[in-house]
Design a protein around this ligand. Structure first.
Ligand code: PLP
Length: 283
């Protein structure tokens, strides 16, 4: 049984319980984070921490997560993942336990902090080289998708739609624009130009997105952060999703239509190779 962290304690997962009055359970009133670790080293933790702080502040949950870096590292150790090629730590912070009422608790309660670690098995390169397929899904999420809240029902339904269609991923479509995936950001490649939806309330500011943009600069690709219509997406030479547990994931088909020649392209491949180098070339 794995060891998890709950409210200051490291316990066996089967001994970790939360109250039915937890506002995360009742209202989805909280935030989460997923941080990857390459051979035990947390990747861009400062960026994840900054996103946590921003989310907690937007939700007005009074907790400074700065001390949780140690918990991340210890959870990896407790679960024998400090040497894993790729592992991750999941974190969830809710407003805490209080009698059910939409308003915040009248007297402040301690937020609930739950964390666990797991291993990520990167697909074999041959599988990655086949590329992945996606379907478009109408985006019905709320207007603060820039916050990593635990209210994920549209993402859950979207991800299920991909399963129902026998494909791997989705592309959320908002006002005719291809904006991001259900658990990752989305890039399109036109020639040697990389295009992705701009940061706004419409998408999550992905840490991997940011890393990909940096790597693109280093590799000499032009980068445009602008919206792209679905029609234009189908004219792209290449496309890929980016995310902590997606890394750089080539998308070769959307709604049964090939992107480019329907094969993984050179720009996606070079970005993935640069990403692997950036994360220590492990896995
Ligand atoms: N977009 C959405 C909707 C997500 O849920 C995620 C990650 O969970 C991302 C993008 C990618 O973010 P990151 O690269 O920080 O994992």
């Amino acid at each position: 049984m794995s060891t998890v962290y709950l409210n200051g304690e490291y316990v066996s997962k089967d001994q970790a319980f939360i109250s039915v009055d937890d506002r995360g359970f009742l209202f989805g009133d909280g935030i989460y984070e997923v941080t990857s670790a390459y051979r035990g080293k947390l990747f861009r933790f400062d960026r994840h921490l900054a996103r946590m702080k921003r989310g907690l502040s937007a939700l007005r949950i009074d907790l400074d997560p700065s001390g949780l870096e140690e918990v991340h590292t210890r959870l990896l150790k407790e679960n024998g993942l400090e040497d894993a090629p790729v592992a991750y730590v999941y974190l969830q912070i809710t407003r805490g336990v209080a009698k059910r009422s939409h308003r915040f608790p009248a007297s402040p309660v301690a937020p609930t902090v739950y964390m666990f670690a797991g291993q990520y098995t990167r697909p074999a390169r041959e599988q990655w080289e086949q590329g992945y397929k996606a379907v478009t899904v109408n985006d019905v999420r709320w207007a603060r998708r820039d916050l990593k809240t635990i209210q994920l029902l549209p993402n859950v339904l979207g991800a299920q739609a991909s399963g129902d269609h026998g494909v791997d991923e989705i592309v959320f479509v908002q006002d005719g624009m291809a904006i991001e995936g259900s658990h990752n950001n989305f890039f399109m490649v036109f020639g040697e130009t990389l295009v992705t939806h701009p940061l706004s309330n419409q998408i999550l500011p992905g840490i991997t997105r940011e890393v990909v943009l940096e790597l693109a600069g280093t590799l000499g690709y032009e980068v445009q952060e602008r919206s792209v219509t679905v029609e234009e997406m189908f004219a792209a030479d290449e496309a890929f999703h980016s995310g902590t547990l997606s890394e750089v994931k080539p998308c070769v088909e959307v709604d049964g239509r090939a992107i480019g020649d329907g094969r993984v392209g050179p720009v996606t491949r070079s970005l993935f190779d640069a990403f692997l180098a950036e994360t220590g070339g492990t896995g």
